[in-house]
Design a protein around this ligand. Structure first.
Ligand code: DUT
Length: 164
């Protein structure tokens, strides 16, 4: 069974009322990165290739900061710290407005016990303007059996990353 948005919001911080949806909680955009060098995935190891943070558009000196993105693949970091409670698995979907504008978010499985500010792959098929702090995704929780809890590489990721 999927949990309701109010339950999910107890595990996402900070959360404003506007982020709480009937079936989940919207996640907002913090930073955007562009992969620069090849990464590597072997049988025993994973290496994330060097990447560069995308600067916000200087055009019009928009406040809050706004990113103007041309077609390509970008890695986005969400602003909220997410905690996946035991007995659950998390899934992130794109906000439909993103999709309707010709963009897509590709996401993987969010494991029970994971805590951090996660990332997703933003596919831009058509130029788009995204404000930093805009809602771009929605996190939902499904009840799930599991053996053990998440203890991988990304546990606690970006926890301390300052929001500059
Ligand atoms: O779209 C996603 C999906 C998952 N995660 C977070 C939550 C998840 O629990 C963690 C690790 O994901 P995964 O287990 O897929 O990572 P991995 O590549 O297998 O690395 P490791 O084995 O070190 O966990 O990353 C994200 O930030 N974005």
């Amino acid at each position: 069974m999927y949990r309701d948005g109010a339950y999910v919001s107890e595990h996402v911080r900070p959360t404003t009322h506007a982020q709480i949806q009937p079936n989940g909680v919207d996640l907002t955009l913090d930073a955007i990165f562009e992969p620069l060098e090849p990464g590597r995935i072997t049988r025993n190891d994973t290496e994330i290739g060097k990447r560069q943070r995308v600067a916000s558009a200087e055009l019009d000196r928009k406040v809050p900061e706004t990113y103007y993105l041309e077609p390509g693949g970008y890695v986005v970091r969400y602003d909220e710290v997410v905690e996946i409670p035991e007995g659950h698995v998390g899934f992130v979907y794109p906000r439909s407005s993103l999709m309707r504008n010709g963009c897509m978010l590709d996401t993987a499985v969010w494991d029970a016990g994971y805590e951090g500010r996660g990332e997703g792959l933003l596919e831009v098929h058509h130029d788009i303007e995204l404000e930093r702090g805009a809602r771009i995704a929605q996190l939902v929780f499904a009840e799930a059996d599991h053996e053990g809890t998440y203890e991988g590489t990304y546990q606690g990721e970006n926890y301390e990353t300052p929001r500059d």
